[in-house]
Every structure is written in structure tokens, then in C-alpha cells.
Design a protein around this ligand. Structure first.
Ligand SMILES: NCc1[nH]cc(CCC(=O)O)c1CC(=O)O
Length: 320
């Protein structure tokens, strides 16, 4: 391990989820790896401008803002929810580590402890994600699926105050902010296939520091090769479909480090049509498996489903 006396500056936004994620990485660095790390709060355009996210460029505005602090040298490391990252690489930025990921599942948080099957006819269920909305409609065509925005606490509040009967969220996000108590059902993959990369963190540093920086080996120790292979397969599928993080695309890979099985889904916004597929191979070929599965999904008609996307959904932010 590199001996270093400097304290690593981990940049973070001020939201509960961002603070929890960045704090976790800073803790790992300090306690497990033995490299002192401190959190540095950064504000982004997205935090200042409260207007509709779509008008200021979607979720990407947060990612871009945080990365700018990295490139300017204000901070040394930044942490994102991996599923919120565009699939294209960013100039000057390296994915230094994908730590072992949390439960990638989606969960239902309903009033009165209800499960999906127990929700009454026409129940109001909130989500900002076309992927979740479509899978909800496929499972329960009677539901009144409503577009919601805001952070995890805001969404849970809509159930608590009776505005909604339920919301769908990521298990990992709830775990990170200590709100697993709100979960009333954990969805299996056949009901709700998660977003590519869901549950994983992306730890980024400047590309120039990737191998030679004083803390490169420290960051490398946070990496979990199995999680990295899984998310590589999932994001390779998403990239090959040329779909963004708000597209109705689900992906979930399972790997033991040697083999890898990837399941992919493209679903029409109304949930009535879907194309699903599965592929297995070597974990070392994760990216290739993602591209191959994308080709199979295209062969089975996925392009028409992606083409059906209403503009609203294409522009929606923070989908998940
Ligand atoms: N879309 C917003 C978002 N981005 C990352 C998470 C937390 C879960 C994760 O890291 O995958 C969430 C909340 C959610 O989808 O419920």
C-alpha cells in the first residue's frame, strides 16, 4: 500500500443519499484501507436551480457538477450511484473502484404494510422511473401509476401523508439512509428487473491519478471485481441498446467471478409488450455478453419498444 500523509478529499453533494454514500467510502478509506479521508461538500447547478430537472439537463447535471470539482482539483475522489452515470466514458475521469454492491432489488413501500398483490384496485403508486412504471403496469394493469420526483424522503412522505398508496424505490438507497423499515415488499427479478448498475457505487478519480496518484492503490482496494463484472455487463447492455438511465430497460447480472449470467428487459411504457432475454458466459467477457444480449433483444423487436418512448419519459430525470 502507498504510504501517504495527505488526507484524501472526497467530494459530496448535500443530499442524504449522497452524504451516506460518500461517507461510506470515506469511512472505508480511513478505517479499512488506512488512508485518512474527509468529506468536502460541493454544490452543483442542480442543487441551486430548483426548476424542473429536465430543463437543466436531467440527472446528468449533478454528475457533471461533481465531476467538475474533481477535474479542477478541489477534491480527489467523488462517489456516485452507478446507475445514475451515463454509459459513455467522461473525459479525464477514471472509474477507480466499484465497491461490493448492495442489494440491487427494487422494493415497494406501501401504506399499512401492503404488498403489490394486496393494494386495492386502482391504487395510486408513485415512481419517476419509466422502467418501474412499465413493470408495475405489467403486473397490475389496474394501478394508477403516478410520476413523482424528489429525494427518497420526499417520496416516502407522499405515502405517509396519504397522497399515494405506495412508492417503488431501490432497496440500496433505503438501506444507505437507514429507512429499510419502510419496505413492505422486496420485488423478485421476474416482477421487477432492476436498473443496470442499481445498488452499486462508482468511485471516481482523475484519470491522471488512476495508476500513479499517491492514493491509487488505496482506491483499488475498494474495488470488488465481481460487482464490477456484473455492472459492466449490465451497462454494456444498456449502452448497446443506446438507451439512457431513464429508459424502460432492466438488467441484472449474477456472477461468481468466473461465470456470469445476464438477464435483460426492454418493456413498452404501458407494460403490454416486453422483450426479455438471458445470456451466460465468462465473467471476463462481461462487456461482450452485454452487447450480445442487446443484439438478441433487438432481434426480438426491442427497437420498436424503445422507439415507443414518449418524449416526456425520455427527458425525465432521476428515473432509476
Ligand atoms: N434514481 C435516483 C436514485 N439513484 C440511486 C438511488 C439509490 C439506489 C442505487 O444506488 O441504485 C436512487 C433512489 C432510487 O432509485 O430509489
Amino acid at each position: 500500500m502507498t504510504a501517504t500523509t495527505t488526507t484524501l478529499r472526497v467530494g459530496t453533494r448535500g443530499s442524504a443519499l449522497a452524504l451516506a454514500q460518500s461517507g461510506q467510502v470515506a469511512d472505508w478509506l480511513s478505517s479499512t484501507v488506512g488512508v485518512p479521508a474527509e468529506l468536502v461538500r460541493v454544490r452543483t447547478e442542480g442543487d441551486v436551480d430548483r426548476g424542473p430537472l429536465a430543463t437543466i439537463g436531467g440527472t446528468g447535471v449533478f454528475v457533471t457538477g461533481v465531476r467538475a470539482r474533481l477535474l479542477s482539483g478541489e477534491v480527489d475522489v467523488v462517489v456516485h450511484s452507478l446507475k445514475d452515470l451515463p454509459t459513455a466514458a467522461a473525459d479525464g475521469i477514471a472509474l477507480a473502484a466499484v465497491p461490493r454492491r448492495e442489494d440491487p432489488a427494487d422494493v415497494l413501500c406501501a401504506r399499512d404494510g401492503l404488498t403489490l398483490a394486496e393494494l386495492p384496485d386502482g391504487a395510486r403508486v408513485g415512481t419517476g422511473s419509466p422502467r418501474r412504471a412499465a413493470q408495475l403496469r405489467a403486473a397490475r394493469p389496474d394501478l394508477d401509476v403516478r410520476a413523482v420526483r424528489g429525494n427518497v424522503d420526499t417520496r416516502l412522505g407522499m405515502v405517509a401523508d396519504g397522497t399515494l398508496d405506495a412508492v417503488v424505490l431501490a432497496a440500496a438507497g433505503l438501506a444507505r439512509i437507514g429507512r429499510e423499515d419502510a419496505v413492505t415488499e422486496r420485488f423478485t427479478e421476474d416482477v421487477m428487473l432492476p436498473a443496470p448498475g442499481q445498488g452499486a457505487l462508482a468511485v471516481e478519480c482523475r484519470l491522471a491519478d488512476r495508476h500513479t496518484g499517491p492514493y491509487a492503490s488505496a482506491l483499488a482496494r475498494l474495488d470488488d471485481p465481481v460487482s464490477r463484472a456484473e455492472v459492466r455487463a449490465e451497462r454494456s447492455l444498456l449502452g448497446a441498446l443506446e438507451a439512457g438511465c431513464s429508459a424502460p430497460v432492466g438488467a441484472r447480472a449474477h456472477s461468481d467471478g468466473v461465470r456470469l449470467t445476464l438477464t435483460g428487459l426492454v418493456i413498452a411504457p404501458d407494460g403490454r409488450r416486453q422483450v426479455r432475454g438471458e445470456i451466460s458466459g465468462r465473467a471476463a467477457d462481461a462487456a461482450l455478453l452485454g452487447r450480445r444480449l442487446a443484439q438478441r433483444l433487438f432481434d426480438d423487436g426491442a427497437a420498436a419498444l424503445l422507439g415507443d418512448l414518449p418524449l416526456r419519459a425520455a427527458a425525465a430525470a432521476g428515473g432509476g
